[in-house]
Design a protein around this ligand. Structure first.
Ligand code: UGY
Ligand code: MN
Length: 247
């Protein structure tokens, strides 16, 4: 539906807001039986790529050109990789960190949707590179952000300088909000998973709901307040643990 050219999506110098009505699906090398929605990429000014990969049953996704984090949004999948003889079974909330040059095959057992984050790895002298990690969000301890019990953060990756990025889920009770307008050197890729609210990005305030994607460039002023009767939850990426001159 053309909707007379209207969309809530927006492309500004320091942020992108992409709502599902403007998503474009494309093939991707290493992807069979599915399509990729590339939400953000270096072409837009980001130093990473974030996509949602949609797979039919039996569709597969193989490794990309660099390290990767996957987070299952929908469906049931299996992950096969050389360091383990067993198949990892993945369900919604499952995630996996896959180091660079770590061949793997993700196979959909049912129709599935997976958030995929690819980032060129920045090694740190004297620090071992990270290894494969597979987990489920339910197993993670939640930490209140700045002591606010109504805003809970779950870190998918361990707090370790081995990793050059962080990826968290943030869950806001209705009415909860970030306690400050953040402005920082790290960029963000954000996928709204549940509920909604108002996102301030730069000098604009946007209604935001489950399904939306946001990219925040370094130093993009940002603030979120959850609105509605159920919690708002998002998956958020940021570059982390490296000197800015190394990135
Ligand atoms: O980790 C963060 O910087 C996070 N608090 N930012 C955000 O939610 N926009
Ligand atoms: Mn932030």
């Amino acid at each position: 539906m053309h909707n007379l050219g209207h969309t809530t999506s927006s492309n500004k110098r320091d942020h992108l807001l992409l709502s599902p009505d403007s998503f474009i699906r494309t093939p991707l090398p290493g992807l069979t039986g599915g399509m990729a929605i590339v939400h953000v990429a270096p072409q837009a000014g980001a130093a990473f790529t974030q996509m949602t990969v949609e797979l039919e049953a039996k569709g597969t996704l193989q490794e990309g050109p660099t390290q990767r984090l996957i987070y299952v949004l929908e469906g049931s999948l299996s992950l096969q990789e050389p360091s383990s003889k067993k198949l990892h079974r993945l369900t919604p909330g499952s995630y996996a960190y896959l180091p660079p040059e770590h061949p793997h095959t993700l196979t959909a057992r049912t129709r599935a949707r997976v958030a995929v984050i690819d980032k060129p790895f920045v090694p740190l002298e004297g620090v071992e590179s990270p290894e494969i990690l597979v987990g489920h969000e339910q197993e993670l301890k939640a930490t209140p952000l700045n002591g606010d019990p109504d805003l809970q953060v779950r870190a998918l990756l361990p707090d370790s300088p081995r990793f050059d990025f962080a990826c968290n889920t943030m869950t806001y009770k209705p009415g909860a909000a970030l306690s400050q307008v953040e402005i920082h050197y790290m960029e963000h890729g954000l996928l709204m998973l549940e509920g909604g609210g108002i996102y301030r990005l730069g000098d604009s305030w946007y209604p935001t709901q489950a399904g939306d994607f946001i990219w925040m460039a370094p130093y993009c002023p940002q603030w979120f307040g959850a609105i509605g009767k159920k919690p708002a939850k998002y998956l958020i990426y940021k570059d982390f643990n490296r000197h800015t001159l190394l990135a």
